[in-house]
Design a binder for this molecule. Sequence first.
Ligand SMILES: NC(=O)c1ccc[n+]([C@@H]2O[C@H](COP(=O)([O-])OP(=O)(O)OC[C@H]3O[C@@H](n4cnc5c(N)ncnc54)[C@H](OP(=O)(O)O)[C@@H]3O)[C@@H](O)[C@H]2O)c1
Length: 295
Amino acid sequence: MQKTLLTGATGHLGGSVINYLPKDNDPASIAVLSRHPDGETTNGFHERGLDVRIGDYGNPAELERAFAEIEVLYFVSSSDVENRLSQHENVVEAAKKAGVRHILYTSSVRKTEGPDTVLHPIVDAHKQTEDWIKESGIAYTILRHNLYAEVTPLFMGSRDQLLQSKTVYLPAGEGRVALAPREDLAKAAAVILTDPAPYRNRTLEFNGSERVTFSEVADMLGDILKEDIQYVAPGREEFRKTMQDHGVPDDAIWMTDVFSTGIAEGEFAGTTDELEQVLGRKTQSLRDFFRATYA
Ligand SMILES: NC(=O)c1ccc[n+]([C@@H]2O[C@H](COP(=O)([O-])OP(=O)(O)OC[C@H]3O[C@@H](n4cnc5c(N)ncnc54)[C@H](OP(=O)(O)O)[C@@H]3O)[C@@H](O)[C@H]2O)c1
């Protein structure tokens, strides 16, 4: 019986992956990492018979204990962008010491690497982590995720905000992005975890099936909201100043600016249909996704 541990299981992505694993799996063959001590709520994992292991990415000793007897590790990248690099190093080192045989790592797509790309602060940690995993000698599957479709409402605003402004305002130019619904990324991960062998030592680029501009997204939203929604693509300076004038917090401005500019520069245009291949179908239609989100 292959013993698999999922990190990030209390989050959106990891939680969905668990739900897509075959129901006839022995629950005890699935371990989840939680950084909340025993006794505190762990999303009903104990009740479902899952093997709950306690560990924080910032604590190497806890991680090594948590990874004992684990063969396959589904490693969700840390949401703590500031401390991500050292946390990821801890995870890979602990996996090595514990004898993990195969790591699946949720990375990020990119067209370019290096300090000159606008996405460097994000991509650099993913690239370094990929390198550590490859150098570890452990079998790997790198899953380079495109931007989640779920992220775009954070960039574009709520239904009420869109109905008021009638504008999608982002410095994304006419760049295309292969937005990937997070549920499809989770389903594909579950497929691979169920039979990891064909995916050993491979790097897969997980793109959504549609490659859209925000001009096209604004048209879709216009149809869904039955309003004339226009797309305005300001320059970066103008975007940042406008957001500051509207009192948007600095970190939200930074995130939206960096990802939108990355889209403008073609970093998320996506070059493969490997997500479709693993799923055996197209990803959820973006029109359906936006209808469910905004209607
Ligand atoms: N491609 C994209 O568009 C995109 C968008 C957003 C995020 N991401 C990346 O994808 C990852 C998964 O996304 P998501 O939506 O599932 O995020 P999420 O809902 O915020 O979940 C993050 C998970 O990571 C866990 N975690 C965070 N810091 C940890 C630590 N120090 N030690 C152990 N576990 C830790 C969280 O545990 P707790 O429940 O204890 O907090 C949670 O389970 C994110 O972490 C981020 O790196 C990608």
